[in-house]
Design a protein around this ligand. Structure first.
Ligand SMILES: [Zn+2]
Ligand SMILES: [Zn+2]
Length: 961
């Protein structure tokens, strides 16, 4: 079998090992036991943020799955009862747009034509489309959670709690109906919140034609105000022009016309002009101008004059004169402030509704070109040029968004802001710096628009009288039953196509009340998760009291202003308290080109293949050790997963193989003994337990993983490697004390590995169980270990670090002199250290020298001098060792255990090898367990050739009976 094949087998068998653990956990119901064996009065409360099942789970989801598994496992081992229940986000635009595509619906009115009921039922049928794929990934990653008994945001019970919460906030006077300028998708026909847009990074750089239009002053014909815009279509709805009254403006003469603009932008005029006068913007205020387009409105409000826009009118952008239409945040503020006419010239589908008759019905973006041509034709265009800027697009359907003033329902965030800010101090953010960022998010938060003009979500429980316009809010199914005109079943589905059929008699005038058409923003639903998942307060009142707030939540960074924020808002509104105490924030996993992972770009490997190749543990600890856990972004690199697999998983597997090979009974895990390596590994382990406990308590998996990596490396490449002789010793006491120590180390290691890498941890634990050394059926029923201060011998730890440093430098010196380690050397001289004999013995063994001389000068820095002279004697000794190594490999190939004695047959023509053989015969015989060495191969058929110093030696091993 060549190396490549061998590796392949190794990989398959590793994957197979993990699958075996999964079967073991399932068959023995270890998850269930791990929860139920902990006391009910010592809970660790965890909310698993519900994902959508509308796509396959990707790397980012896996990151979140793992983070949310590590801490519940840790706190369970610390003695807490941590119940975990899966949930699904079922509502909102993500699922609606998937269904629209499947049904080939292009416009909102096509949903009405199809029937809202039919559309909603279709959504319901597709919501859990990929739930099974998720289950597979969740299972395979070793995440423990009650999956089948999941809650769904579309459950009647869930939605009823959302009604209850809304009514409570409404009754407290913190809900209002208002007009707000919001980003609006004319295709989805719904407003989108700013954060939804920034969350998915929906801004794109686009190049458009911007233009500078000329507005003629009424009182001064031939004099024009210059205003610049990137959205020519909005000029049709222009109602005013804003200047900054404090800035300097100029009137210039150019081609026989008079033009007015801000003085600071005069350099942008590249034609010849003459300055007529200079004046403060104040002088322009209230001057009337001719509108570019005359729109008939029913309103008698005054428009088409110059207003003071204050400092928002910047001196370095455009012309210092801003054209005001309905379609901007600042614009709307001005319209409100100056009581300007409201002209909505674009309809809800994004088509022109008011304006030049020939253009009615055009898509708003197509109007740009018409306006440009028209103004040019009418000599009202001063200039047009390409302009590149960042513009928001709908994150679902990629339609350019527009600002739109809409009727909507809001939660008054301003009112509760002081409490949000104050209680943020009680939330522990990991990493800590997120707290500041979150504070800024709260400080700048607008009121929360909770209504959506869509279909598949919880219906808003507001009924409005068709006559007197009185409003009534309903907070439960029971309340609806008591007030409805129609018969209402107990199990009422709270989606709009069902609830819309129910009417209420108006308490004020006795006429019929209809439900308003809006549904809830699905963030109101996600934010209600702590209560709605348990149908609080309709059920589980007592349970809730003991299980709120949560100890721990985790999500990626974009959720700071989303799920975390909304949960916080609702919890303040309901209980004036925080909903969670500890928050772990992940960064984003990026594709190999440093951009968002995207299927179409193919910039990331299939997660299933990664798991198959390297196992779930390697992927888990790769993610947990990375900067992702410090809320920083990370480019996914398969190469690093592979390294982790080799340097962590395979090292551990090899330690275990070694451990399993040693045969001895009556192991006790009694520690420590006098051996310096044993004392050191025990000290190191206890120190590791101390440090990792601190880090895990602090939700810092990056540092916790690093500590584990270091310990595993120490265990494998220092402790085991330098203790081999003792493990193979024929002295039972020596062998047993080494095995006691290793068993003790593996036992504790399996426990501290358990939260981060549950598979390898269990594999180790089961090996100990096979030897009858442990009490539980699974490591995941164990308790987190305490460190023992008395074992942490800092002197031993420090001295071993020095010894390792000496070894490192000596090996470098060997490397420089190009002398392989197997060539024994005479002497190494150390200065600046006072290492005792037991450490020097280890060093001598590892670097293969006969003698170590320590020369005083304790306080000086460490100096290592290696005598690299190879005397003829050393040469012969090197050859002898080389022979021993090769012959022992030969024994291994023949599967000979150390107890089996042999006769060695050997033949060589080389003088040096013959000499080495003569001189070190006794040693060679002892080391290869040979009773006799015969330097003759006559009559022997089966010959094994070995290479010593580039010379061939023919050998044969005969087993002695
Ligand atoms: Zn859209
Ligand atoms: Zn009424």
């Amino acid at each position: 079998m060549d190396k490549k094949e061998l590796r392949k087998v190794l990989k398959i068998s590793y994957n197979e090992k993990e699958l075996e653990m999964l079967r073991f956990w399932k068959q023995n119901e270890i998850f269930k036991k791990s929860v139920e064996e902990r006391p009910k009065n010592k809970p660790y409360i965890f909310y698993d943020g519900p994902p959508f099942a509308t796509g396959l789970p990707q790397h980012g989801n896996i990151l979140s799955i793992v983070t949310k598994d590590v801490f519940p496992r840790y706190w369970t081992m610390k003695g807490h009862r941590c119940e975990r229940r899966w949930g699904w986000d079922c509502h909102g635009l993500p699922i609606e747009s998937v269904c629209e595509k499947l049904l080939n619906l292009k416009q909102k009115n096509e949903i009405y034509e199809m029937g809202v009921g039919e559309f909603n039922e279709f959504c319901r049928s597709k919501v859990l489309w990929y739930a099974n794929e998720w289950k597979k990934t969740v299972d395979r990653m070793g995440k423990w959670i009650e999956f089948d008994n999941s809650y769904k945001t579309m459950d009647n019970t869930y939605m009823e709690t959302v009604w209850y919460i809304f009514k409570k906030i409404y009754t407290d006077g913190l809900i209002y109906k208002g007009k707000k300028v919001l980003f609006y998708c004319p295709r989805c026909e719904t407003p989108l919140s700013n954060f939804e847009i920034s969350m998915d990074n929906s801004y794109k750089d686009i190049t458009e034609q911007s233009l500078t239009a000329k507005f003629e002053l009424k009182e001064e014909l031939g004099t024009f105000l210059l205003a610049w815009t990137t959205t020519p279509w909005t000029l049709i709805g222009n109602v005013a022009l804003a200047v900054n009254s404090k800035q300097l403006y100029v009137k210039i003469k150019l081609n026989g016309e008079y033009l007015i603009l801000i003085k600071s932008k005069i350099d942008a005029i590249d034609e010849e002009y003459e300055i007529i006068k200079e004046f403060k913007g104040k002088e322009l205020i209230n001057k009337e101008y001719e509108p570019l387009y005359k729109i008939s409105t029913s309103s008698d409000k005054k428009g088409y004059y110059v207003i003071d826009g204050g400092d928002e009118v910047l001196s370095d952008e455009g012309t210092g004169i801003i054209h005001i239409a309905l379609y901007g945040e600042f614009d709307y503020e001005m319209i409100d402030k100056y009581d300007l006419p409201v002209i909505q010239h674009i309809d809800e589908h994004g088509n022109l509704a008011k304006g030049p008759i020939d253009w009615i019905g055009l898509w708003f973006k197509d109007v740009d070109e018409e306006v440009l041509e028209d103004l040019n034709h009418r000599n009202l265009l001063f200039k047009s040029e390409d302009y590149t800027h960042s513009y928001p697009f709908c994150y679902r359907c990629d339609t350019p968004l527009i600002y739109n003033a809409l009727d909507a329902w809001f939660i008054n965030i301003q009112q509760i802001k002081p409490r949000l800010l104050e209680t943020n101090k009680n939330i522990n953010w990991y990493p800590k710096e997120i707290s500041k960022r979150y504070q800024k998010i709260i400080e700048t938060a607008p009121d929360w628009c909770i209504s959506r003009n869509r279909f598949w979500a919880t219906a808003m429980p507001i009924w409005e009288c068709e006559d007197c316009k009185d409003v009534r809010v309903i907070g439960s199914v029971k309340e609806l039953q008591e007030n409805a005109i129609e018969e209402v079943p107990d199990e009422l589905d709270l989606h709009r196509h069902i609830v819309d059929k129910i009417h209420i008699k108006c308490p004020s005038c006795g006429k019929v009340m209809n439900r308003i058409s809006e549904v809830f923003d699905c963030w109101l639903e996600s934010g209600s998760m702590p209560y709605a998942a348990k149908h609080y307060p309709f059920e589980n009142m007592e349970w809730f009291q003991k299980n709120f707030p949560s100890d721990f939540v985790s999500e990626y960074i974009a959720q700071v202003r989303a799920w975390f924020y909304y949960m916080h808002v609702i919890s303040i509104l309901l209980f004036d308290d925080i909903p969670f105490k500890n928050v772990v924030v992940n960064g984003n996993l990026l594709g190999d080109d440093g951009t968002k992972m995207s299927k179409s770009k193919g910039n990331f490997p299939d997660p299933n293949l990664i798991i198959e190749k390297y196992g779930a543990d390697a992927l888990r600890i790769y993610l947990m050790s990375s900067q992702l856990m410090r809320a920083q972004d990370l480019i996914f690199k398969e190469e690093i997963v592979k390294q982790v697999y080799r340097r962590f998983n395979l090292l551990l597997i090899n330690v275990l193989k070694f451990y399993s090979m040693i045969e001895i009974d009556n192991i006790t895990m009694n520690i420590p003994n006098e051996n310096i390596l044993d004392r050191w590994i025990v000290a190191s382990l206890n120190n590791t337990i101390r440090e990792i406990t601190q880090r895990m308590d602090d939700y810092d998996t990056t540092e916790a993983s690093r500590i584990l990596f270091n310990f595993v490396e120490d265990l494998s490449t220092w402790y085991i490697k330098n203790s081999r002789n003792r493990f193979k010793s024929e002295n039972r006491q020596i062998k047993l004390s080494a095995m006691n120590t290793l068993s003790y180390v593996l036992y504790n290691l399996s426990k501290i590995l358990a939260p981060l890498t549950p598979f390898i941890s269990e594999i180790i634990y089961q090996k100990l169980r096979n030897r009858g050394l442990v009490n539980f059926s699974s490591v995941h029923l164990e308790f987190w270990p305490d460190f023992d201060e008395k074992f942490i011998d800092t002197e031993v730890l420090n001295n071993m670090e020095k010894a390792k440093e000496v070894v490192k430098r000596s090996l470098e010196l060997r490397d420089n002199a190009k002398i392989p380690v197997r060539q024994v050397l005479e002497e190494v001289t150390l200065k600046g250290t006072n290492l005792k004999k037991n450490f020097l013995d280890i060093i001598a063994e590892v670097i293969n020298v006969k003698r170590i001389t320590v020369e005083g000068e304790e306080d000086s820095e460490l100096i290592v001098e290696l005598n690299t002279k190879i005397t003829p004697e050393l040469k012969l000794e090197g050859i002898a060792r080389n022979l021993i190594r090769n012959l022992n490999n030969y024994r291994k190939q023949l599967n000979l255990s150390t107890k089996i004695r042999i006769i060695l047959y050997l033949k060589t023509d080389d003088i040096e090898i013959t000499e080495a053989l003569e001189k070190h015969k006794d040693k060679i015989k002892k080391m290869i367990q040979a009773d006799e060495i015969i330097q003759n191969l006559e009559g022997i058929q089966e010959i094994k050739k070995i290479k010593i110093e580039n010379k061939l030696v023919e050998t044969h091993i005969q087993v002695k009976n």
